[in-house]
Ligand binder design. Structure first.
Ligand code: SAM
Length: 275
């Protein structure tokens, strides 16, 4: 049996009693960095555990070995350095292997930096897009940043402190200047801090303040650009909403929200289409 175990993202108190129980009872712990996990186990008073390294750079060879161990009846907990395995961390491939090889696995849930930040951000939690880490540089990074313009949900980004300034200027360059951003730093730790401002303000802020610690960036999506849409586009959208069977008033409200045009004008447009 494989257990994917969530561990704290900074505050030891966030480890669950179930996580402690599983870490104490398994035969072996697969971890990103044996020193980091060794320290965690020491703090938890768990001794004599066999630790096996499993990380981004050895997962192709180590994954099948872990599966063989699991098949032979050895119980394994997989942990990352912090937070939930498989979330911008190794784990996903092991889950896939378990499914392919019919090996039982389960999750012992724990803190996730992305979700902790999302809740703190004050931005919409109804729909969100987990971007995780952007590529560090080059055309891949440019493409991903450019793609953020098309996302209509709160965007969650993991970013290293030395790239936060660069990220703000990249977001400015693709039109996010007025979007709200929550820069969530050192979550669950002593110096936890959430800065809520616009991207433009954040960019200015970091001219005088050096980013320090671990960050999750939560970003409000760019306003829909349909404002510049032609009347044909608006009519097409209206027809679509009519086909969905929505009442005229509701369609007018939705169109007005999306296009920024007056509700009355949208109501008349819908009535004309219904004639
Ligand atoms: N699997 C982890 C999770 O579920 O939270 C994420 C691991 S990812 C390798 C590490 C990134 O998560 C950091 O670069 C940072 O962006 C974010 N992160 C982790 N802990 C954090 C914390 N305490 N405060 C702010 N961000 C954190």
């Amino acid at each position: 049996m494989l257990y994917l175990v969530g561990t704290p993202i900074g505050n030891l108190g966030d480890i669950s009693s179930r996580a402690v129980e599983v870490l104490s009872e398994v035969d072996c712990i697969a971890c990103e960095d044996t020193r980091v996990t060794g320290l965690l186990l020491q703090k938890l008073g768990i001794t004599g555990k066999k630790l096996v390294s499993y990380h981004e750079h050895n997962k192709v060879t180590k994954g099948p070995q872990l599966i063989e161990m699991l098949k032979s009846g050895i119980t394994i907990a997989q942990v990352s350095d912090a937070g939930m395995p498989a979330i911008s961390d190794p784990g996903e491939d092991l889950v896939k292997l378990c499914i392919e090889e019919n090996v039982d696995f389960t999750v012992i849930p724990g803190p996730v930096a992305a979700i902790t930040a999302l809740v703190l951000s004050g931005l919409s939690t109804r729909y969100y897009h987990m971007e995780g880490f952007l590529p560090n540089s080059g055309s891949d990074r440019k493409k991903r940043i450019d793609n953020l313009k098309n996302i209509n949900e709160t965007i969650i980004i993991y970013e290293a402190p030395h790239r936060i300034k660069k990220l703000m200027s990249e977001l400015l360059s693709v039109g996010f200047s007025d979007s709200k951003v929550a820069l969530c730093r050192e979550l669950t730790k002593k110096y936890e801090e959430v800065l809520r401002m616009t991207v433009e303000e954040a960019s200015k802020y970091f001219e005088d303040n050096e980013p320090r610690g671990e960050y999750v960036v939560c970003l409000e999506p760019k306003p829909e650009e349909i404002l510049e849409a032609s009347t044909d586009d608006v009519e097409e959208l209206a027809r679509h909403l009519i086909d969905e069977g929505l009442p005229t008033k509701q369609i007018a409200s939705r169109l007005s929200e999306i296009t920024g045009r007056p509700k009355k004008e949208m109501y008349t447009l819908v009535l004309n289409l219904l004639k």
